[in-house]
Write a protein that binds this ligand. Sequence first.
Ligand SMILES: [Fe+2]
Length: 586
Amino acid sequence: MAADLILGINAYHADAASCIVRDGKLLAAAEEERFRRVKHWAGFPSQAINYCLSEAKVDLGDVTHVAVNRSSRANFFRKLRYVAFARPGPRLLLNRWRNRQQVAHVADELRALPGRPFAGTIEHVEHHLAHLASAFYPSPFGDATVVSVDGFGDFASAAWGCGHETALSLDGRVLFPHSLGIFYQAMTQYLGFPNYGDEYKLMGLAAYGSSSARHEVEKLLALRDDGSFALNLQYFRHHKDDIAYEWHGGEPVCGPLFSQALIDALGPARNPEAPIEDRHRDLAFATQAVYEDGFFHLLNTLQRRNGNTALALAGGCAYNSVANGKIKDRTPFTKCYLQAAAGDAGGAIGAAYVVWHRSGSRASEMIHAFWGPSFSNAELATLLTDHHAAIRAEGCTVQRLDDPKELVETTARAIAEGLVVGWFQGRMEWGPRALGNRSILGDPRRPDMKNILNLKIKRRESFRPFAPSVLREAMADWFIRDDDVPFMLQVIPIRPERRRQIPAVTHVDGTGRLQTVDRASNPRYYSLIAEFFRLTGVPMVLNTSFNENEPVVCRPNEALDCFLRTKMDLLVLGNHVVRRNKVSSD
Ligand SMILES: [Fe+2]
């Protein structure tokens, strides 16, 4: 019997992505933004598809199913009912119709790809079912409550169900126009952060605020007895005006989601260029607090209903790592799993797994995120030879260290000396976080490291924290919990007595958005942190994504370009170490 070869895609939606699954085994997965070099790229993921096919050493003619995490038929009658009763504006309807047409063009897009033509079946999976599947099937759980929370997809903003081995139910949804994701995004825009994905900024800012504005923001969201939630729609525009997402050069752009009534209630929205004041910090605090109220209301209701203690979580709101870190404190759930790409990109895996699990055989657990492209040391050597002149012009020297021990010793020493290190190894990460293969590393002990990184490379808002990668077995010595957090999707308090030792990764409220690193899932990164521990007594390094206001680097030439144009001190490219010996004169 021919093997089942399933290509999963998230298309025409932010974070377009593809994955390939052969007989239940994930072989490759990547976001299109990494190839196109446009953040959150949102069209058809043709380059990610080509990568996945080449990684699996197949072409489209071998693929038995293409699984898409959108289904225009999902919730169709609820959509009709909404149009009949709520009478949204004609431009909103037109936009929705166009979007629906796009999704129908998947077959045309597939025909345009190189190689033998696709001869299998195209399967459309409801957006939130794909989210639920992306959380449950790669989890270690035989039984779990499964929850998805986002802005919107297929007319729903949240869904929940129960996973049992190869079965997954979708038991309930929160339908348009109510949405926790829209609530958070509207407040993010109101506070002067207009870009797609800026919710991280609000989340970082919230730690600086007080609860003084909470009662004002609580008016925006009502909690229902069944565990769901409802927006106070007078403060929002998405349900009646034309503010559907548009793709500018592939980048998602969304107009203001908040209404004049919100400005009347809270005062003028912050201009993105204006300074951040206490009022903004307090509103950020309140937004996070009200989001958590809605989120935990849903989780607690579902836990009471289902009774189990394992939770698998997905959807764009599953990137709210501050809320995720409180799940064990604020609900009876004792185990929580989030897949590396918990947001819409992960829907590619979810859709593929929905199709695969009809076979009755469970996919394997996802314990690491390294599903993207890799490059051989020979390719890296060629790149460095080709760019020899540019490297010399920057006052840099290249050294090849084929002994892994020598490589990690050299790198750990550089980090301990306060140097900023670009670390490019193995297969690229799947999901938004750099987890030790496309990372910029620094010394967590240095109080000035955050400023150094912002001055040299990142130029991000000073209130945003940097994250640590911690040896798994050392976590309990430094954090108040002892848990697997492999994908950096939970913020957890650092032990009070440890905070002064690691100021560069301690947020203002004493927390850290850590990644736990174990030897099995990334031996080289583990060895590097272990060597840093041996040198310094601190079992963690500061880890931020390898990029400069762009998608995380994918290919080695992008890493080299980023290294050369920034003031990074060291670039470790596979077994090659590029060292900046003097600061360039410009
Ligand atoms: Fe989604």
